[in-house]
Design a binder for this molecule. Structure first.
Ligand code: SF4
Length: 485
């Protein structure tokens, strides 16, 4: 296997007209390592395998067999046009971290950690937050997380709510000082799901490991090769993805369990009660199985969302604010049907593909496209995951995800006081129930559907662009204007 791999790598490199040193420079890998791989003396890490597959526009499988599937051959011409599909690993979407907001706490935390490591000599920091980060930063605890991350060096946080000439609604400037003089400055965008972008910076971004970025192309491939969506994920990401998704699932389950035991008031001043436990134990005198299902699914969604609002450990799915939808749907089914973790993790992979497509072709950021991009995306992910759990056809899975997005189109993001509590917590529960209904509808009606998932994702992006900025995580309009006691 190592020998074949070496021959294929050597051939691809020769076809590209590159020396080992030149290839190494392109990929930030030593030429000695490449030489060893080509001679069959050692083998690249998974990360380097992805780099190579992405660089040569071949699948990871091709590196081992030298045989392109028919579908790959047909797509090959277009692959060169789309060296950057934008579809990165599911690891870039499912992330473990502390709430309450992937864009307002996880992203800034990551940016500060990187900036701090680049400026160890700084004796003072200043951070300027713009637009959504400035307007809802206090409610989300952005200033607190920035100061904590940069400790013990002191940091002044400035909220600039007037500047509009910025590249992204979640923009921040990080400035380092030494003896009163500025020594470094970085502009960073927190683009959703805990991901960040440094302006004009060589900071490495995750490779685009998926060769195509539309559901149609993925489902065509799966049909042609008789694959499930989860098998497609393994095909692209390698079997190591299952260890990662196992950890993700364990964290999701822990968030549910912790949330179901928790009681009291959420922080932030709205006096919002934690209600997951109440939902779990309340019961109608003559509760129907359907009512019980709704109550349990809602209890699980509340549990995760309340943990998030409390600054607890959750998984972005695809964001912190929408973290309750997917685990609630899967946990309920696992308990009810006694499903194995392996089965659930395959469903997580299918849901992840949908979230990844939305992230790539539209947005998963409330400040960019409104809540349709957060809870709407989470609902679509949960619908696709549930479809995979039930072994539905690709067509039905697509329809379920499409229904889930379609009926969230235009949903605004206007959390009260910028806290991820009202309407966010209930909204997660409602979306979890909606995902179940979407799967139910899709399993009966997919033959007569008229709209594709890819179209719906495109429309979601256009709708997001048209939604007034006031309804995109700025706390200026809608529910955010209500005075809550
Ligand atoms: S309203 Fe939706 S998008 Fe906005 S913070 Fe809440 S969950 Fe996130």
């Amino acid at each position: 296997m190592t020998h074949i791999f070496g021959e294929i790598l050597s051939k691809l490199r020769a076809e590209a007209g590159l020396s080992q040193t030149e290839l190494g420079q392109q990929l930030d890998i030593s030429n000695r390592a490449i030489s060893k791989w080509e001679r069959g003396l050692s083998f690249p890490s998974t990360e380097n395998l992805y780099k190579l597959a992405n660089f040569f526009h071949v699948s990871v499988d091709y590196l081992f067999t030298g045989q392109a599937h028919l579908k790959e051959l047909r797509l090959e011409e277009s692959w060169f046009d789309r060296a950057h599909t934008g579809m990165t690993s599911l690891r870039e979407m499912y992330k473990i971290g502390r709430g309450p907001s992937s864009s307002h706490t996880m992203g800034p935390e990551k940016a500060c950690m990187i900036f701090k490591s680049q400026t160890p000599e700084a004796d003072r920091y200043e951070t300027i937050l713009y637009e959504s980060l400035a307007k809802t930063g206090v409610g989300h605890g952005t200033d607190r997380i920035i100061k904590e991350t940069l400790e013990p060096t002191p940091c002044d946080v400035i909220f600039n709510v007037t500047e509009t000439d910025i590249p992204h609604p979640n923009t921040m400037d990080l400035i380092a000082y030494k003896d009163g003089k500025e020594i470094a400055r970085q502009r960073v965008m927190s683009v959703g799901g805990g991901n960040i972008c440094f302006e004009n910076s060589p900071v490495a971004t995750a490779p685009d490991i998926y060769p195509v970025a539309s559901f149609k192309e993925i489902s065509d491939y799966c049909y042609e090769h008789n694959m499930h969506l989860w098998e497609y994920v393994e095909h692209i990401e390698g079997p190591e993805i299952w260890d990662y998704l196992s950890e993700i699932w364990e964290t999701m389950k822990a968030a549910i369990r912790n949330g179901l035991h928790d009681e009291g008031i959420l922080p932030g001043g709205l006096n919002v009660q934690k209600r997951a436990k109440q939902l779990l134990y309340s019961q109608h005198i003559d509760e129907s199985p359907e009512t019980r299902e709704n109550r349990m699914v809602c209890a699980y969604a509340f549990a995760v969302s309340e943990q998030n609002a409390n600054g607890g450990r959750i998984v972005t799915a695809p964001t912190c604010g929408a973290a309750g939808v997917l685990p609630a749907v899967l946990y309920y089914q696992q308990k009810r049907r006694n499903l194995s973790d392996e089965h659930v993790i395959h469903a997580l992979a299918a849901g992840g593909i949908i979230g990844n497509l939305i992230k790539t072709n539209a947005s998963i950021s409330g400040s960019e496209c409104g809540c349709q991009a957060e809870v709407g995306s989470a609902c679509a992910m949960a619908a696709a995951a549930l479809g995979e759990l039930f072994y539905l056809s690709m067509d039905k899975i697509e329809y379920a995800a499409e229904i889930a997005i379609e009926h969230h189109l235009g949903l605004t993001c206007d959390p009260i006081c910028g806290l991820v509590q009202i309407p966010c917590i209930e909204r997660n529960a409602v979306a979890a129930m909606r995902a179940i209904n979407a799967v139910s509808l899709a399993s009966f009606l997919s033959d007569s559907r008229k709209i594709t998932l890819d179209d719906c994702i495109r429309i979601m992006k256009e709708t997001g662009r048209d939604i007034s900025k006031r309804y995109k995580e700025t706390s200026e309009s809608g529910l955010a204007t209500l005075q809550i006691q």
